[in-house]
Write a new protein. Structure first.
Length: 204
């Protein structure tokens, strides 16, 4: 039997009201349908032991300074110790970059506005995570921070005019990430669903 997927909610507890909690449960159900195996949720404060199944790190609407750095460091230790396939989404991508030695900064520091809504991006590497996508894909964006220093061993898969690092891959680690939100997809914007399916294929 395949090991279950762990969906790690990286949102700060102060922002987990009923509406947002319900939204994360909807995401869990969507992941379960695409993965074809059970998906269990865990808040990052409780994620001391992860794996052996795939791990998905969620996005977070809270500013990084609201999180306790020691709590995030413990999550990083758990992710590294799991030695499992990992997909980081938005804040999850930024966490993976930080765990591997990269740097994340506000887009405002470079004079660029946030990216919000369904926007087009350029696929620069259509191997693995972005396989099957067109050269111009449409995905849902909602972020104000970005990777400004890519960790060693990672490659960039996509970009937009406002954010050079939209998706990353480190196949030797089995870590992938998207700055955008592939879990936000629909019939008119299906590319996110394809990306999630690709991750679970890579995780097998």
């Amino acid at each position: 039997m395949e090991a279950p997927v762990t969906f790690v909610v990286t949102e700060h507890l102060s922002r987990l009201g009923k509406k947002r909690t319900r939204r994360y449960e909807e995401v869990r159900c969507s992941l379960e349908e695409i993965a074809g195996r059970p998906v269990r949720s865990s808040h990052y404060l409780d994620a001391d032991r992860l794996g052996p199944g795939p791990i998905v790190l969620s996005g977070s609407g809270a500013a990084w300074e609201t999180h306790d750095s020691a709590d995030l460091a413990r999550l990083g230790e758990a992710v590294r110790a799991a030695d499992a396939p990992v997909l980081g989404i938005c804040a999850g991508l930024q966490l993976l970059a930080g765990f591997a030695g990269g740097r994340v900064e506000p887009m405002a520091a470079a004079g660029r506005p946030p990216e919000v809504g369904y926007l087009s991006l350029e696929v620069t590497d259509d191997r693995d995570l972005l396989a099957g996508l067109p050269g111009r894909a449409t995905v849902f964006q909602d972020h104000r921070d970005e990777i400004t220093e890519l960790p060693p061993g990672f490659r960039v898969l996509a970009r937009t005019p406002g954010c050079e690092t939209q998706a990353i891959a480190a196949p030797e680690r089995r870590w992938w990430g998207t700055q955008f939100h592939p879990e936000r997809f629909d019939a008119d914007h299906p590319d996110g669903g394809r990306i999630l399916a690709n991750f679970f294929e890579l995780a097998d």
